[in-house]
Ligand binder design. Structure first.
Ligand code: NAD
Length: 307
């Protein structure tokens, strides 16, 4: 892990990136990329979000130092490679843009519309969407061949997987360079077609929904449902704990995307999930989901894994 690849010699040709959105995922990608020697421009819409992202990045890099993955001065060098900005057009043209804004199709399409002239070919325009149509996002740019889904997992520094999703028009070169980029960040790559939820989010959403149905029907209580998955299947966390980590609103949005995307009643959402979202019980981020999360200064997102 200490030997950084020479970005100049990278098969992806990616040396400078722009990360759009400094939230959970964007800050994670920025930290890993800077740690690996890339120049990172980081954009968000408000200073407080940039500040929050930068403190997550600092914490991730301190974690890398503590684990011996980088020397202490590697952390400082990585931080110096990150340039935060509140102005999308102020970043110079980069080799790859990774969009990690909220999971809303129209918002992402608008961001890609703006990015298109700012980062001309051969720049790759990538989205970190976990369920939306890459093809639909790509349809707003002049050359949809350079748009791709590069789906990282939470928390980015420790999760080894990247799911690459080619849209209808994604070029073979864009796919190959995206895969090389993910490998250069130390990740293992799988490929999925541009189908609602791809592989990982589709599986995750079905598991969460089924667990919610079992709780709703009284098949078992929440602890037993989660314990059964952890001890019976070696899952690192139960599906209800996972739903709380991801956010019940996000789970609901993904299930609705699967339901409408496939027009298949097998994705019908458990009414308990709908009611909980309407009641504001969104999981860790709201302080209560299937489990309570008492507020403390150190409480936050963290600790698990999600696609
Ligand atoms: N959270 C996860 O576990 C996870 C895992 C894999 C993929 N994803 C996907 O990654 C993307 C980001 O998710 P997240 O969990 O990091 O969300 P988040 O809410 O933590 O971060 C989103 C960030 O985008 C910013 N933002 C809002 N409007 C913007 C705009 N117009 N332009 C640029 N930035 C804007 C927000 O201020 C925020 O900082 C989503 O598409 C999500 O589905 C999330």
């Amino acid at each position: 892990m200490n030997s950084l690849p020479d970005p100049a010699a990278s098969p992806s040709g990616v040396r400078k990136i722009l990360v759009v959105g400094a939230g959970i995922m964007g800050s994670g990608v920025a930290a890993v990329a800077a740690q690996r020697g890339l120049d990172v421009h980081l954009y968000d819409v408000r200073q407080e979000f940039l500040d929050r992202g930068l403190s997550s990045i600092r914490a991730a890099l301190e974690g890398a130092v503590a684990k011996g993955r980088i020397p202490p001065k590697g952390k400082d060098a990585a931080l110096e490679r990150i340039r935060p900005t509140l102005e999308l057009s102020s970043a110079p043209p980069v080799d790859l843009v990774l969009e990690a804004a909220p999971e809303k199709l129209e918002l992402k399409r608008e961001i890609f519309r703006r990015l298109d002239p700012l980062h001309p070919a051969p720049a790759i325009l990538a989205t970190n969407t976990s369920s939306l149509s890459v093809t639909s996002i790509a349809s707003v740019v002049a050359d949809p061949g350079r748009v791709v889904g590069i789906h990282f997992f939470n928390p980015v520094p420790s999760m080894p997987l990247v799911e690459i999703i080619g849209g209808f028009h994604t070029s073979p070169e864009t796919r190959a360079r995206s895969e090389a980029f993910a490998r250069e960040l130390g990740k293992t790559v799988t490929h999925s077609r541009d189908s609602p939820g791809f592989v990982t989010t589709r599986s995750m959403a079905v598991l969460v929904n089924e667990a919610a149905w079992m709780l709703y029907e009284g098949v078992a209580n929440r602890e037993d449902i989660d314990t059964a998955h952890k001890l019976g299947f070696h899952h690192p966390m139960g599906p209800l704990e996972l739903a709380d980590l991801v956010g019940l609103d996000t789970c609901l949005a993904v299930l609705e995307r699967l339901y409408t995307g496939f027009q298949d009643p097998k994705y019908r959402v458990c009414p308990l999930l709908v009611n909980m979202v309407e009641a504001g019980r969104l999981g860790r981020k709201s302080g209560e989901g299937f489990y309570p999360y008492p507020r403390s200064p150190s409480s936050g997102n963290g600790g698990g894994s999600h696609g």
